[in-house]
Design a protein around this ligand. Structure first.
Ligand code: ADP
Length: 352
């Protein structure tokens, strides 16, 4: 009866529903992800042994999974943080498969009020996984709702209003929450503390990316030599998703212009055509550096000012452009803003 009441409440405002509804609870073999393209899903590893790199993270997770399975208990809640495309969703896909359980996918941006979260929580089955991507985008009211759900597997639902309001305590089945964020710093302390396992995913070394390119070219049935795989890896900014996208583009280019096979010359020509330079920077990355150097005389400049000048969102710059530029020491962040380094000036000279 309690569950019926809950659904009536959320029915009143269908437009606010999260994109992927709990009706999509899937079997481990077919994990849905609305924003992922078909090819992205095809290339995404389904089991831990298919994942490349991040060995220390995998080793720690494997231990936690083995122990949880041994005790027949759900795995502790896990938080992944790191720039986009490094494997957070992939981990949320393989972990339920290793645990032989199902997963529901939600996005922090879609959970605007506690009522949006309730269908997910009431749909969790014993030991299953609830994945919340972009968990830093949860409003405080929803976040607070998660506290008892994560800690005591219980939620309090307020029914009715004013003097007629009453609280219903609902017990949930024990489950595992997996959160992913590109902005660990934006997460509140109480939410962060409720994750027993916290893992940071860093950029991948070239050898790991080359291995991913080799494996995926086999999956896509395109012949590629080791030299070309390394060249793609070198120009992929340390990010598996970027490596996959480069590979898919080079495959198209090879099929259209070079009879299907990828060699070093084909790979280089294809990447030159989409203006990916030898460091792997694309047009947007270089536009950022050029804006900082030309418009702001090398900085310091605030992120909002740079974003306004480039006519794009500061979130995109912070999430997708800056992490690699910082890591490659092309920019530095100071208290007064972003500054271009001598390496950035040098790179722009040779890249333009
Ligand atoms: P995030 O959720 O961090 O944005 P994803 O998990 O969606 O990143 O990863 C993007 C793509 O990169 C995946 O579809 C997958 O093909 C590939 N990928 C990510 N991590 C790995 C890995 N460790 N091994 C192999 N492929 C990976």
């Amino acid at each position: 009866m309690a569950r019926e009441t809950i659904y009536q409440q959320s029915d009143s405002d269908d437009d606010d529903r999260p994109e992927s509804s709990p009706a999509e609870v899937s079997s481990p073999a077919e994990v849905p992800r609305s924003e992922a393209s078909g090819e992205d899903n095809k290339l995404r590893p389904k089991r831990m042994r298919e994942m490349v790199g991040q060995r220390d993270v995998i080793e720690r997770l494997q231990i936690a999974i083995d122990a949880a399975r041994h005790r027949s208990e759900p795995l502790g809640h896990i938080l992944f943080d790191g720039p986009p495309g490094l494997g957070k969703t992939t981990f949320a896909t393989v972990i339920p498969n290793e645990m032989e359980t199902v997963v529901q996918f939600a996005n922090g941006a879609g959970l605007k009020a506690p009522k949006d979260l309730i269908p997910y929580l009431t749909n969790v089955s014993e030991g299953s996984v609830l994945f919340i991507d972009e968990i830093h985008r949860l409003p405080r009211s929803v976040e607070e709702y998660l506290y008892t759900a994560m800690e005591d597997f219980r939620i309090d639902i307020v029914l009715g209003e004013g003097v007629n309001a009453r609280t219903l305590n609902l017990d949930l089945r024990p489950f595992t929450m997996i959160g992913a964020t590109t902005r660990a710093g934006m997460l509140s302390g109480p939410l962060r503390d409720r994750f027993q396992i916290r893992e940071h995913l860093g950029f991948y070394p070239i050898e790991d990316l080359a291995e991913i390119v080799q494996r995926n070219s086999r999956k896509l049935n395109i012949p590629i030599d080791a030299e070309s795989a390394t060249e793609i890896a070198r120009r992929s900014r340390g990010v598996p998703r970027v490596a996959n996208n480069r590979l898919l583009w080079i495959r198209d280019y090879a099929q259209s212009k070079a009879g299907g096979a990828i060699d070093l010359d084909v790979a280089q020509r294809a990447m030159d055509m989409i203006a990916v330079d030898r460091l792997g920077l694309d047009k947007q990355d270089r536009a950022y550096l050029q804006t900082l150097v030309r418009v702001f005389a090398g900085g310091p400049a605030g992120i909002e000012a740079i974003a306004h000048t480039m006519n794009c969102s500061s979130d995109t710059l912070e999430d997708e452009v800056e992490p690699f530029l910082l890591r490659y020491e092309l920019i530095v962040r100071t208290r007064r803003g972003r500054m271009a380094t001598p390496k950035a000036y040098e790179h722009l000279k040779t890249a333009s």
